[in-house]
Write a protein that binds this ligand. Sequence first.
Ligand code: ATP
Ligand code: MG
Length: 510
Amino acid sequence: MAAAVEMLNISKFYPGVIANSNVSLSVDEGQILGLIGENGAGKSTMMNMLYGMTEPDEGVIRLFGKEVKIQSPNMAIKQGIGMVHQHFMLMPNLSVLQNIILGNTPTKNGMIDVKDAKERITEIMNNYDLPVNLDEKIYQLSVGEKQRVEIIKALYRKARVLILDEPTAVLTPTETDKLLEVLRQLKAQGCAIIFITHKLREVMAITDKIVVMRKGIVTGTLMTEEAKSEGLSDLMVGRKVNLDIPRKEYSPGEEVLRVQGLKALNQRGLPALRGVDFQVRRGEIVGVAGVEGNGQTELIEAISGMLEPTGGQVIFKGRNITAFNVRQRREEGMSHIPEDRLKMGTAKNCSIRDNLILNRYYQKPYNKKGILDNKKLHELSERLCRDFGVKTPDSEYRLGTLSGGNMQKVVFAREMEADPDLLIAAQPTRGVDIGAIESIHHKIVEVRDSDRGVLLVSAELDEILSLSDRILVMYEGEIMAEFKRGEADERTIAVYMTGAKRQGGDGNEK
Ligand SMILES: Nc1ncnc2c1ncn2[C@@H]1O[C@H](COP(=O)(O)OP(=O)(O)OP(=O)(O)O)[C@@H](O)[C@H]1O
Ligand SMILES: [Mg+2]
């Protein structure tokens, strides 16, 4: 029997970059292929070609034994290919229902047959346990929910081949488990699945076969049962990675941030923060753990000036800055790596350089009396690309030409270069490969060791545990518990994350 998908000797060239060179891979019906490799290795490019977003310069694609030319996503969909993209492709102002049926709207006597669509979608939601409210607008949804919509959309179009480009980068551990369950179900029904991830745990748990890429070529193809995690990470980054970062002894200095009785509403207009109090001192990393959607996003937005609190205060270096705007806060020495880099952190159509200098182009020495010193700015952006491992032939290229993980590095580099008194880092390693995680963790610890404060929010409990001096656990807009480094393990924290328990307070643990 022919493989569901065969991509043979595929090459793709961009100016100055060989995105793929002679890459071959295949996946059968009822098989899950893990596609892994460092940032910029060429994973998304391969899958974009399979989905008709771009065409290969060389090579052949076969679907169920038949050679095909896939020139558009529409053609891909007609051939039974579905894709959940690394950066979601949903229309934020349309409802969930509208997004799912977009481009595939059922009609009856020339009228849109919403009833039929709703019935089919409800059946999919029930079969795969993927609940979403069809009438809500996309912008009101959490990332996990948006992803569910993308999967439902692919299933609604009857995908026989499903591509998922880093689907778990934005998910909580529970959501990830649920997604893997859905994939197992699809596999049992004969779907061919290609799954891109940076998390080896997931590769080992769910895939049947693994293709490892580095710098545009395949460095290994093996069956999962023969694979070992360490071996894979070597194949991916070409060296050993050590996530155990050395740090100075904990001796926190003066307070840099204080949050008092902070209250705020979420996008749906419901209470997201219900009176949050804590402080961050110089020389410490304070980690906020919690299941996503429990107020972490609003907490960071309220501190960085993007969301107006409905109560309480933000005190920065002893001053009440609650009424300051984002720029004023930045100028006071606050840096912020936002969790959603494409929505808030970057301008995709501007150059990498412009994105790197977004926060400083109006300052000396880059701007003298309103005139930009382009040479200095170029030097700065080239240096940042080098120091932070942003892979590009030239920082004048559009940001949109970078791979997902490399965009994240741009945001990180810009915020670090501001030399902040307080670094607010939300999901700082989302979508970056393990080699880059190591280097980002080093740099976060450097901020702490040079006597500045760090507020870290991460959905990765591993990351919180390995970096934080103190850990706050959030649940439904409140801080349920606080632990010192080494005081609590993953399991203990998880109990507080679900709201099953609360520290101290009235003395009764509920
Ligand atoms: N439209 C484009 N124009 C120019 N270069 C591009 C374009 N798209 C991708 N590239 C380059 O191709 C290479 C491969 O990128 P790709 O997005 O496939 O990497 P990836 O393996 O998906 O990485 P990540 O894990 O960071 O998502 C990168 O060097 C990237 O900069
Ligand atoms: Mg990618």
